[in-house]
Write a protein that binds this ligand. Sequence first.
Ligand code: PEP
Ligand code: MG
Length: 754
Amino acid sequence: MPSPSLGPRVLLRRLREVMAEQTSAQARLDKIVMAIAANMVAEVCSVYVLQGGTVLELYATEGLRREAVHQSRLKVGEGLVGLIAEQAIGLNLTEAESHPSFKYLPETGEELFHSFLGVPITRGGAVIGVLVVQNKTKRHYTEEEEEALQTTSMVLAEVLAASGFLEAQRTTLVGTADLRTQAMVGEGLAEGVALGHVVLHEPRIRIQNMIAESVPDELKRIDAGVLQLRQHVEDLLEGSEALSSNDSSDVLETIRMFAHDKGWLARLKEAVQNGLTAEAAVERVQNDNRARMARTPDPYLRERMHDLDDLSNRLLRLLTGAVATAARTDLPDNTIVVSRNMGPAELLDYDRSKLRGVILEEGGKTSHVAIVARALGIPAVGQATGIINLVDDGTSLVMDGGAGDIFVRPSSELEKSYAEKVRFYASRQAAYRALRDLPSVTKDGQAITLNINAGLVVDMPHLHESGADGVGLYRTELHFMMAGRFPRLSAQVKHYKSILDQAEGKPVVLRTLDIGADKTLPYLRQPREENPALGWRSIRMALERPALFNLQVRAMLIAASGRELRIMFPMIADVSEFEAARDGVLKEREFLRKHGHVLPSSLKLGAMIEVPALLWQLDELLPMADFASVGSNDLVQFLFATDRGNPKLAGRYDPLSPAALSALRLIVEKGKQHGKSVTLCGELGGKPLEAMGLAGVGIASMSMVPSGIGPVKAMVRSLDQGKLWAFMQPLLSSGKHSLRQDLADFAKANGVEV
Ligand code: PEP
Ligand code: MG
């Protein structure tokens, strides 16, 4: 009978000695398996290493036939070893042969051995091999022995990496059921298809020192780290960071609970007692948690485990001093960045020439990183729950930012068909470019103005590339959101001036700050609200914080000196708000006049129609405004009382419904009646079928994502607007849920390009 193991601490010390020896990598591995076998009082110890992402090869053994080394191979999922790699779980068997997955490898001579204990070797969350001990006697390995082997396997992972055994190797991750293609559907945030390789936005932390020099010192480091972590979580909860980050307070509360969890702390300390450093102990416990997470079917529990994973990462960073995000300038070609979430400025830090796509576990269509991705023309998918645990740096991937489709480790056929899609997109874009200088006029002679929406300096080249008429909406808040503090007057003047300069005389509508709801400024304390979308935001905040508003307006007036200036106010719900905002602008203009500034050659002020109450105030509003612009994202959200960012509600109500289209028709008629131009600047305008519906009800000016200009112009030029309106008018009182199908049928029957 084997005697009890000598304990992992002695073994780890021995491993350190072996690692320090000057010898070949293979000889070192041979010594290591020998040391493990001796320590665990096992007759066999074998290491299998994952090769090419699909095969586990016997790399070293003590006890099995030496000739089998580098000869015996098992596919992932095949035999006990394959099962361990596939499921990232340990197996403890008294009689290996009676397990249904047992596969006999005659070249190894393993028929002599009955009991079997195997654990996955993981590194940075990925399975890279399997470590096995076996005994002749039918015995059950104790929990301590299992724990010891798990701990040893972590150190072994580093030995394998340091020995160069893992080079250029694809890995499978804890929880991935197999190495075949994994499909996932998220929310399409920015259109386009991308093929490439993953770069994790937050690189996995690679631990340098796994083996404790002094266990008492490492225990102290764990205590100090956890204390620091608790403080960090308190700061997150209380401080402004909680308001500006996307962590909801619920998540933070759960994280706080975990940070104080005694069981977690006990497991961390146990791992240190077994001879690991503090950071290795965190990873050790994290690996267990990840393996459990992968096996938990309950989405709620998985989410909680995810929170614990997040906490472990924070603790790892505290212990290793790693920075949360690294600026990436050394990107590989065809990079697809994968992140839990990301601020817009962080996306801009990436080298555009290498970046092909972005995938986020969180993040909805209206998140700012999505807006920036669209501005840069980079395909993006959000709500890709669990993607981080499925991939590692270098994992191959294809994505479709329109449909939200993601394929991890795509098969070559899939890659081919997506490469074809990329070519198709490119050729369509070329066709649209050919339309660039042609007028945007319907077949029956109606001119439809096509503008772009912008919010960044990088958007401006699209104005000329697309051949758009102007900038229908410039979202000024993005500049504020990317700054570390309120931009000073001079910085704002410089920014607006650069936008107007780049427009080269084409009209630009600057919108005053639209902060609130999902648009937060990290340096601005905002009250926590039950319903932020309906809360203290946008023009409401501006009018109560006149200093902020006045400064911005002053910057716009100075930037536009000698040329035309168009300013628009967001979220107007009441005529008096427009009046107050207008008076604020006129006062600033007066101030500048008195101080001898050159004023804009003309000043046009407009209101955004985003709040339904304004529909019944148009007779009062329009005479005092120079123009109006429908913010259909918000107008539709408020008309149907549906959160525009809630994926559960996406598609439930259709902007192409009689209700929404009738509201737009009303605005068009009122605009005509008062002789004021009405434009639309929500996302709707950028989609050909939707834009056709808008043109149908008489919207003659639209502002959209730059990539929409070509397709929408193609639609406009193939449309008979009068015929469409005649078709739509009776349908507006049809009581139908949506006119989408009717419009699609019309387009097909009349050869309209949608
Ligand atoms: C809108 O609401 O339609 C709009 C254009 O403004 P934003 O998307 O910035 O809220
Ligand atoms: Mg809006």
